[in-house]
Design a protein around this ligand. Structure first.
Ligand SMILES: NC(=O)c1ccc[n+]([C@@H]2O[C@H](COP(=O)([O-])OP(=O)(O)OC[C@H]3O[C@@H](n4cnc5c(N)ncnc54)[C@H](O)[C@@H]3O)[C@@H](O)[C@H]2O)c1
Ligand SMILES: O=P(O)(O)OC[C@H](O)CO
Length: 334
């Protein structure tokens, strides 16, 4: 793979573009605002999202999506989950034939309850083997600083996943392949909701036992949903499951965990949103779509349900704690 387009110059889009470029792949990064593209080309820095990080010379930027897409062998979609459909609709006529379409987004679409790979297949009218997802413990700021991490590239077409794996392997970024797209996507979407719950617990002043309990029970409810949707249960013990869940629930760099912490300390949703400075905390919306998906499938997801009620029905996080602990007693594996 010689040339890749990355569409979306936020934290993760810019960082993943840097990873590709560091791996020797030529990258064109699309930024929504022309001034961001100009600044990247001029100063080699995306000051809004990755201040202080110097981007490699084989990474160029543009605000013209057609320019970014021309000749790309892979198209990496690095926009928020809830805008992906709209963004891709605007780009679909210019997608290069046979390019691999890669989702970086971690969420479930409101209304349709679709995973991002499903949205991509529908909007771009491509078969499932042309769509890949990247998911794992990948806090952008750490990776941009060159700190070692691993990730998963999931695609039903193993050869496509391997091509992408080669295009983004660096001494600090180790991608594994997986054919379980459903499991990897659900792991990435659900962990944001669980991180909100962990943040709330921390904001309420609770310690590591509480957070570890939420992480573990969060993984149990994610796996229950995954089983119902045909995911491989072992995926949830891997990087896109437990790996990402632990990183996001524990890190002060996580937007979801930080957002939850603010709610736990008593901020309103609007106050927490303002403090996020326009950066996306995907779990705030995905808690509602995942809850609805679970309800439709008859899957019990009490933490997700509680996070939805705090975010969108005004439930006090302290009442959520009592409600979760007061549930009917049961066996761990039930
Ligand atoms: N930041 C991370 O550490 C990280 C890591 C892994 C996965 N992700 C996932 O990647 C996706 C993108 O995250 P990010 O961190 O780059 O987000 P971000 O908020 O930093 O950036 C989002 C980017 O999308 C662009 N965009 C295009 N159309 C938009 C629209 N209509 N509305 C809003 N923004 C629009 C914005 O201009 C911005 O450049 C999310 O689903 C996130 O969960 C993020
Ligand atoms: O900052 P967050 O909470 O969106 O999490 C970032 C990544 O998804 C961690 O893998």
């Amino acid at each position: 793979m010689e040339r890749v387009a990355v569409l979306g110059a936020g934290s993760w889009g810019t960082t993943f573009a840097k990873v590709l470029a560091d791996a020797g792949t030529d990258v064109v990064l699309w930024a929504r605002r022309p001034e961001v593209a100009d600044a990247i080309d001029g100063s080699r820095v995306n000051a809004d999202y990755l201040p202080g990080v110097v981007l490699p010379e084989n990474l160029s930027a543009t605000s013209d999506a057609g320019k970014a897409l021309a000749g790309a062998q892979a198209v990496v979609l690095a926009v928020p989950s809830q805008t992906l459909r709209g963004n891709l609709t605007a780009w679909r006529d210019r997608l290069p034939a046979d390019a691999t379409l890669v989702s970086l987004a971690k969420g479930v679409e409101l209304g349709t309850l679709k995973r991002m790979s499903e949205v991509i297949r529908e909007v771009a009218s491509v078969p499932e083997d042309r769509v890949a997802v990247v998911s794992g413990p990948n806090l952008a700021k750490e990776i941009a600083a060159g700190q070692p991490t691993a990730t998963v590239i999931a695609c039903t077409d193993h050869d496509r996943a391997v091509d992408l794996q080669h295009a983004c392997s660096t001494p600090y970024f180790r991608p594994y392949t997986n054919v379980d797209v459903v499991g990897c996507e659900l792991g990435g979407a659900c962990k944001n909701v669980i991180a909100l719950a962990c943040g709330m617990a921390a904001g309420l002043g609770f310690g590591d036992n509480t957070v570890a309990s939420i992480i573990t029970r969060g993984l149990a409810e994610t796996a229950r949903l995954g089983e119902e949707l045909g995911a491989d249960p072992l995926t949830f013990a891997g990087l896109a499951g437990l790996g990402d869940l632990v990183a996001t629930c524990a890190s002060p760099l996580s937007r979801n965990r930080t957002f939850g912490e603010r709610l736990g300390r008593g901020d309103t949703l609007a106050q927490a949103q303002e403090a996020a400075h326009g950066q996306v905390a995907e779990g705030v919306k995905s808690c509602s779509s995942i809850r609805e998906l679970a309800e439709r499938l008859g899957v019990d997801m009490p933490i997700t349900e509680g996070v939805h009620r705090v975010c969108h029905e005004g439930l006090d996080p302290r009442v959520l704690t009592a409600a979760l602990l007061g549930r009917e007693r049961k066996a761990e594996r039930e």
